[in-house]
Design a protein around this ligand. Structure first.
Ligand code: GAP
Length: 445
């Protein structure tokens, strides 16, 4: 199981239409990728699964979809303007720029400039006047928009801690050296939960969320033995964090971070609050002269106002796609096939309906009817494969992870049965046409 190396995965993604280099016909943009017909389905399925486990399956989390364009003050008080930087060096010999800890071997140390800090945030102008007063940032994390909407959500839902706000969306970072396919890119998506708790209960909630998230990755087909929990050393913690656990995955290029789960303390709500002195803020925050709102909650037991602590599980969708594809990648010498053993709920195509002969209108009409029936169950994309080459269709659907192929053959017309083939076992069984919808629903339960 798993791909031999990153190249094998990249080739499959391009060949089958999962992932393409962005603007490829003009030479591409480094660190930016497009998701093709299968990639968009896989990504959507991962996001749906995350949203179900974080929002729908619980009753203490609300959703949010906030803007990407972000007011500069948000990222000033969050600390990003000052600290969201990487050390940059120039090589005087080859003229290239690198992150100081990622200089390739071909550059000699004596040719490198002293490192200087490079801010990773993208800026753009809002409105028709391009000057210093009209700029906004493209958000570098989805989290900050959750913090600045805290009062809106609390006022409209009457939530009290412990409760969370979840968001999935794009984030942008001008990485100095994007690399390893979709692992480190400049435009990506995050699935972030900010879970607000009473100070003092933060450490036990932190542990709770680490366990939850490890289990979720296992449910997506990422084997537990390929995940490693790493407690980030104090010296490496982000400016907002009291403690962070990284869920590390053994990617084709090495063991690297898949998701981070941080205890952000009262740093963020404290930073964005007005009247900060009224609260016993524990984190070191910059004095806020611009916020119009206190981001606090009244404790109903003693009527005192307090600023909640935040536990934040933050996962990258792209890294999830890479880990899940890598885990699913299987090469079977004995059967001369490559297949993606994706968990069925993540498969881009749930079932392929294949008429045995492309020019036989009875077979094709029956296939179309079966497709419509299965599609109407709302479990994901079902497609008709009307190419007439059953062997090729099985191979293609093995390689893109379709769990079921439903073949419509002459027996279907005679005795109303279809042949269902299982991707992983290649076993085939006859199912009656009137039962196929039930069979399919049961399979995906
Ligand atoms: N709000 C906290 C935060 O953004 P982070 O560790 O910088 O923390 C969280 O990012 C997750 O976002 C990472 O674990 C990773 O999965 C993903 N991520 C971060 N930078 C990325 C990049 N340049 N390309 C792809 N994914 C990235």
């Amino acid at each position: 199981m798993t791909a031999k190396n990153m190249d094998e995965l990249v080739a499959l993604c391009k060949r089958r239409g999962f992932i393409f280099q962005s603007s490829e016909i003009y030479g591409g943009i480094q660190g930016v990728y497009d998701y093709g017909p299968l990639g968009v389905e896989l990504k959507n399925n991962i996001k749906k699964s995350w949203w179900a486990s974080i929002v729908y399956d619980r009753d203490d989390v609300e959703g949010l979809d906030a803007s990407i364009l972000t007011h500069p003050e948000v990222l000033n008080y969050s600390g990003h303007e000052e600290t969201f930087t990487d050390p940059l060096v120039d090589c005087k010999s080859c003229g290239e720029r690198f992150r100081a800890d990622q200089v390739p071997d071909y550059c000699k140390e004596e040719d490198l400039t002293e490192p200087r800090q490079f801010n990773l945030m993208f800026k753009t102008n809002v409105g028709p006047i391009e000057d210093a007063s009209s700029f906004a940032y493209l958000r570098p994390e989805t989290a900050q928009q959750i913090f600045v909407n805290f009062k809106n959500v609390v006022d409209s839902t009457s939530r009290v801690p412990p409760f969370g706000i979840a968001q999935i969306g794009k984030a942008f970072r001008n990485e100095i050296t994007p690399r390893n396919f979709i692992f480190r890119v400049r435009e990506f998506e995050q699935m972030e939960l900010e879970y607000f708790v009473k100070p003092g209960s933060d450490e036990s909630w932190h542990k709770y969320w680490v366990d939850k998230r490890l289990n979720w990755w296992a449910d997506q087909g990422v084997k537990s033995e390929k995940l490693k929990l790493l407690e980030v050393e104090k010296k490496d913690l982000s400016h907002y964090s009291k403690a962070t656990f990284d869920i590390m995955y053994d990617f084709p290029h090495g063991l690297e971070e898949l998701e981070g789960i941080a205890n952000r303390t009262d740093f963020d709500l404290g930073s964005h609050s007005k009247n900060q002195k009224d609260f016993n803020i524990k984190a070191k925050v910059q004095e806020n002269k611009n916020s119009t709102t206190k981001l606090a909650i009244q404790d109903l037991e003693n009527n005192e106002w307090f600023i909640p602590y935040v536990i934040e599980p933050s996962a990258g969708v792209e890294r999830g796609v890479l880990a899940i594809l890598n885990e699913a990648y299987t090469s079977e010498e004995e059967n001369k096939r490559t297949l993606l053993k994706l968990k069925p709920h993540l498969s881009p195509i749930k079932a392929a309906v294949i008429p045995l002969k492309r020019n036989n209108s009875d077979l094709v009409n029956t296939a179309n009817n079966v497709k419509s029936e299965l599609q109407s169950l709302g479990l994901g994309r079902v497609m008709v494969e009307n190419t007439g080459n059953i062997g090729k269709n099985y191979r293609r659907h093995d390689e893109i992870g379709t769990p079921l192929c439903v073949t419509i053959d002459f027996e279907t017309l005679e005795n109303q049965t279809v042949t269902v083939r299982d991707r992983d076992t290649m076993k085939q069984e006859k199912v009656s046409l009137s039962e196929i919808a039930n069979y399919y629903s049961r399979y995906f339960k």
